[in-house]
Design a protein around this ligand. Structure first.
Ligand code: C2E
Ligand code: CA
Ligand code: CA
Length: 575
């Protein structure tokens, strides 16, 4: 049954709708007005028809007189009918207004403006419609503006309220915008289930709500993101205290589903008028700061600054370009000599990657390695550097430049990758590098998470016949007890200590201790970042085994190193 038929059927059962139903069946009378007009027309023509019938039956007038009377009667009836129809049309206005108003509300969400002062049926129809639609509209808007889960305003309502707060702000008033996000919320969702995740969000929202002042607005602006607009912030210090307090509030354990859960949160802060932006941008800025806080490891806040935005933009472009750098062959490996200070000759080189960017020129690894580490590209890049360096070692070997040890840096993520040892073995096999001429450099921080597992990985790498160096030594939490058990061959003294040896007694003392320590543990020592003759002389007298630094040579392309190696002379004597 079509919807149209059903409507007609329903109406036949409703009392009083018989005539209406009958007329509704007549197709030309689709509009309500036409039905009324038909009835009015027929009604006003009854006298004329009665007159006509009387004349026919009685035959009391001449034909001529009959015609005349009929014409006059017809004209009078028509005039009456027209006047009736016009009047009825006006009387029907409440109904058509109500109908149009409702239709336009459904189509455009504009509330109908209907008069409410009339008290008859048509008047109450208009008044009741106006009242009902108004209440419905408020309900719909409420449902659309609030988050189901927490009952807090959602993002759209939050921006409206924030706009209102900002427009009411006096020039001197400070409005704080804090965006807060739960760290590793996904792990809670994945580990304990969505329901537990939902409970946690509700609990978080409750805790945050209890800490609010009257004028502040708290909202849920994303899955696990909350935003607070506070027009009574006062000072920047007060905002920071406030933010600290909120983070501390979430630091206390939550009981979810009978279980205790520990979470931390990160926050991004921006403050008007220091940040004179429109509402959407303000929110974006606080989120940029939040993103930074997350990047710094979570559990803390960041204040937004304009150059943070610029840095973020820059970072996003670098990240996008870096994804193509490998396929477009834009990465190159430079090699920095490691020199035996007694002979001045090269005993090894450290492979240091560079990015030959089509627009930016040569980009330092300090700029893109941390990024690649974050997004995982380091796995591919690291393997490529290892393969290139090993192949280069083989090229030197084949050219008669034998025994040049090549060392390659391993980052944290690379070190933790499951198939690291297998990958290194495959690369060694593929390139034919001599195992005793390959060294991998790792840092202490890389071992800290899980010393046992890290030590195991190092052992397996060493079983491949390669040597291992502990890079940037002295900057981490060197613990002598574990150092003794680590399967490593070399300590590389961090360049920050080397820089101070001739100036700062403390730095010199640290370097002395590291060298003595290496002696005791039967490890070799390399000093990095040696730039001056003074530094070199000091290290030489202390018995440092190898020297790396600008004093001898910066990192250079393979061809330049080949020239140095071929000369077979002390590096500082090659013209
Ligand atoms: P690093 O392993 O500590 O490398 C030594 C850095 O010190 C290099 O910077 C080198 O150019 C620089 N350097 C050498 N001699 C001197 C000197 O006399 N004075 C000063 N001030 N600096 C000197 P670079 O090449 O910019 O590399 C920076 C860092 O990037 C490296 O630090 C390393 O941690 C990372 N890196 C570079 N290549 C790779 C790679 O292939 N894989 C991984 N995972 N990390 C890499
Ligand atoms: Ca290194
Ligand atoms: Ca280093």
């Amino acid at each position: 049954m079509s919807q149209h038929d059903q409507t007609l059927d329903d109406t036949t059962t409703s009392p009083g709708l018989g005539l209406y139903t009958m007329l509704a069946r007549l197709r030309p009378l689709r509009s309500y007005g036409s039905k009324i007009l038909l009835v009015a027309f027929v009604g006003t023509h009854v006298p004329l028809l009665a007159l006509l019938a009387y004349f026919i039956i009685s035959a009391s007038l001449t034909v001529e007189a009959t015609v005349r009377v009929l014409v006059v009667a017809l004209a009078a009836t028509l005039a009456g009918a027209v006047a009736t129809m016009v009047a009825l049309h006006h009387l029907l206005a409440p109904i058509s207004l109500t109908s149009k108003g409702l239709r336009s509300y459904l189509d455009t969400k504009n509330l109908p403006s209907l008069p409410t002062r009339f008290t008859d049926e048509a008047g109450t129809l208009m008044a009741d419609t106006s009242h009902t639609v108004g209440s419905l509209d408020r309900l719909v808007r409420y449902l659309e503006s609030f988050d189901d889960l927490t009952g807090l305003p959602n993002r759209s309502l939050f921006t409206t309220r924030l706009a209102a707060i900002l427009s009411e702000r006096d020039d001197a008033d400070m409005v704080a915008l804090i965006v807060l996000d739960i760290d590793r919320f996904k792990a809670v969702n994945d580990g304990l289930g969505r329901e537990a995740g939902d409970m946690l969000l509700r609990a978080v929202s409750q805790r945050l709500t209890t800490s609010l002042g009257d004028a502040a607005v708290l909202a849920r602006t994303g899955a696990d993101e909350f935003a607070l607009a506070d027009p009574t912030a006062g000072s920047l210090n007060a905002v920071i205290d406030r933010c600290d307090a909120m983070l501390a509030l979430l630091d206390r354990p939550f009981t979810v589903d009978g279980r205790q859960i520990h979470v931390s949160a990160s926050a991004g802060i921006t403050v008007a008028p220091l940040d004179e932006s429109a509402v959407d941008e303000l929110l974006q800025h606080a989120e940029t700061a939040l993103y930074q806080a997350k990047g710094a490891g979570g559990g803390s806040y960041q204040l937004y600054s304009a150059d943070m935005n610029a840095r973020l933009q820059e970072r996003l472009t670098i990240e996008r370009d870096l994804r193509h750098a490998l396929v477009r062959d834009e990465l190159v490996v430079y090699y920095q000599p490691r020199v035996d200070p007694r002979l001045g000759t090269i005993v090894g080189v450290e492979a240091l990657v560079r990015w030959q960017h089509p627009v930016r020129g040569l980009v330092s690894p300090a700029e893109f390695i941390p990024l690649a580490e974050e997004n995982g590209l380091i796995i591919e890049i690291g393997e490529w550097v290892l393969r290139t360096a090993c192949a280069q070692q083989r090229v030197w070997h084949n050219a008669g430049l034998t025994g040049v040890r090549v060392s390659v840096n391993l980052s944290c993520r690379q070190f933790r990758q499951d198939k690291l040892v297998e990958m290194v073995a495959v690369v060694m096999g593929d390139t034919g590098v001599q195992p005793d001429c390959l060294e991998l450099e790792v840092t202490e921080s890389l071992l800290m998470d899980d010393v046992a597992r890290g030590t195991e990985t190092l052992k397996r790498l060493r079983d491949l016949g390669i040597t291992l160096a502990l890079d940037d030594f002295g900057t981490g939490y060197s613990s002598l007890s574990y150092l003794r058990r680590l399967p490593i061959d070399t300590l590389k003294i961090d360049r920050s200590f080397v820089a101070g040896i001739t100036l700062d007694a403390a730095d010199a003392a640290i370097v002395d201790v590291i060298i003595a320590l290496a002696r005791t543990l039967h490890l070799s020592v390399t000093a990095e970042g040696v730039e001056t003759r003074g530094q070199l002389d000091y290290l030489k007298t202390r018995g440092c085994d190898e020297i790396q630094g600008y004093f001898y040579s910066p990192a250079q392309p393979a061809a330049a190193i080949t020239t140095l190696l071929s000369a077979g002379l002390p590096v500082d004597q090659v013209a």
